[in-house]
Design a protein around this ligand. Structure first.
Ligand SMILES: [Zn+2]
Length: 464
């Protein structure tokens, strides 16, 4: 009884002492040190104790609980504690430890108590990267595991919407828009590739998950370059957007300024063009300009361009109709409808193709100039229009007997703003003193009309 009271007095003294010195307690202490690992109290058959101001803990019970490996070497009387990439070796009753082979001196050595290897917890835990604390009021040693490197992948955000805006004409691309909840890091945040058999375009977004609201989209419109757009988790931190395509392409991918919207832009389809799908072939001819259009006449005033254009268009019309092909003219008189009006007429018709008839000019229009020859234009990137241009060029040359300036692309209004394959032919220069003779010749007009029609028919036939 007396002994117990004395014990309590000592204990109170120690508590007071601890309050002012923290863990560094000078005197021998009762075995009442608690151990809390990652906020959970850990018990062991041999309690931690304090010696020379250092808390010693049973090596195996504590460090195995922390996820380390503890190896006892009976012959050397050492204990090795491994955690992650660090190994601490302590020799019993020796204050020199080795940490990954380097010697370090401790205040107190490891010791054996009740058959357990007891080691100085702060030294070992800190060397292994753990955080060690001491709560004086509860006499508790706390050990916190080191911050582990992030093993789960970093997720930036979600793909919240995938939508498609279909280009309804060759001037409009079909745009797949991918909306994200957070900005993507460019350029490493996404990658693209084109795969074939079947053709598909793939966009991978790293660091993203796909929102459950996002669903697959399918397309059966014949002009669409897409058959489907699918979005799915490719792996734990990558969303893969797959665009199934009717033909291989190299779409442009643009990231919005805020980094949250990716736009994939596909050229409008060419492969599925079928001029006979409505049971008839319809050609829209567009004789350029009008009687009152300013300029557009030869330096000697002997030819106005509109007159040549209409003459050739009318000859083409007769030849096409003779082949059972329907012909519509954008203008049936000498007037000069606006370019918008010409396109509107074409787009509201059943026309399968659009051919604009012109003659060329160079210089100030007051003097004869040397530029000469024939050329044909189509809208850049229009595969069908390019094929039409090739067919017409092939049928004209070399028979028409003038210089071939070739197939060109340009952003010209009527070839851009018509929905069907469209070309614009410049049949020689009315500002060239030699070529104007041909342009005024009914025989030559008949010839070019015939070659143009031959090219058109070849083009249309290639789609039957
Ligand atoms: Zn013209």
């Amino acid at each position: 009884m007396t002994k117990k009271i004395n014990f309590a007095v000592v204990f109170i003294f120690i508590m007071f002492f601890c309050t002012i010195t923290g863990e560094t307690v000078a005197a021998a202490t009762p075995d009442d040190v608690k151990l809390v690992i990652n906020n959970e109290q850990v018990s062991s058959d041999v309690m931690p104790f304090i010696q020379n101001g250092r808390t010693l803990v049973p090596a195996r019970a504590i460090f195995e609980a922390l996820g380390g490996k503890v190896k006892w070497d009976q012959s050397n009387y050492t204990v090795a504690i491994e955690y992650d990439t660090t190994t601490v070796i302590l020799k019993i009753n020796n204050t020199v430890a080795t940490v990954n082979g380097k010697k370090k001196t401790m205040d107190v050595p490891a010791t054996i108590k009740n058959g357990r290897t007891m080691i100085p917890v702060r030294f070992v835990a800190e060397e292994l990267g753990f955080g060690v604390g001491w709560i004086n009021s509860t006499r508790t040693v706390t050990i916190i595991s080191p911050e582990k490197p992030e093993t789960s992948p970093e997720i930036t955000g979600y793909v919240t919407e995938v939508s498609v805006e279909e280009g309804m004409s060759k001037k409009e691309n079909t745009i797949v828009t991918v909306q994200m909840s957070e900005p993507i890091k460019a350029p490493e945040g996404y990658s693209t590739m084109m795969l074939n058999s079947p053709n598909r375009f793939v966009l991978d977004l790293k660091g993203f998950l796909v929102d459950s609201e996002v669903s697959d989209l399918t397309y059966d419109r014949k002009e669409s370059p897409l058959t489907a757009v699918r979005a799915a988790a490719y792996n734990e931190n990558t969303v893969r957007i797959v665009c199934d395509l009717k033909e291989a392409g190299s779409p442009a991918v643009n990231l919005s300024a805020n980094g949250k919207t990716l736009r994939i832009s596909f050229n409008t389809i060419s492969t599925y063009f079928n001029p006979m799908d409505d049971g008839k072939l319809v050609v829209m001819l567009d004789p350029g300009h009008g009687e009152s259009t300013s300029g557009k006449r030869s330096p000697d005033g002997s030819l106005r361009e509109y007159e040549f254009n209409r003459a050739v268009a009318n000859k083409m019309k007769n030849l096409l109709q003779a082949k059972g092909i329907e012909v519509i003219l954008t203008v049936n008189d000498d007037s000069d409808p606006s370019l918008a009006n010409r396109c509107e007429r074409a787009n509201n018709s059943d026309a399968d193709i659009f051919v604009s008839i012109h003659a060329n000019a160079f210089g100030n229009g007051q003097e004869w100039t040397s530029p000469n020859g024939w050329e044909i234009y189509h809208y850049p990137g229009s595969i069908l229009s390019n094929q039409l241009a090739k067919a017409i060029s092939n049928s004209n040359f070399p028979e028409i007997g003038i210089h071939n300036r070739g197939i060109k692309t340009a952003n010209l209004y009527v070839i851009k703003n018509t929905y069907m394959p469209a070309v614009l032919i410049e049949h020689g220069f009315f500002t060239n003193a030699e070529e104007i003779k041909l342009l005024k010749s009914d025989e030559w007009r008949e010839k070019v009309a015939r070659y143009n029609v031959e090219g058109i028919v070849n083009f249309l036939n290639s789609y039957e």
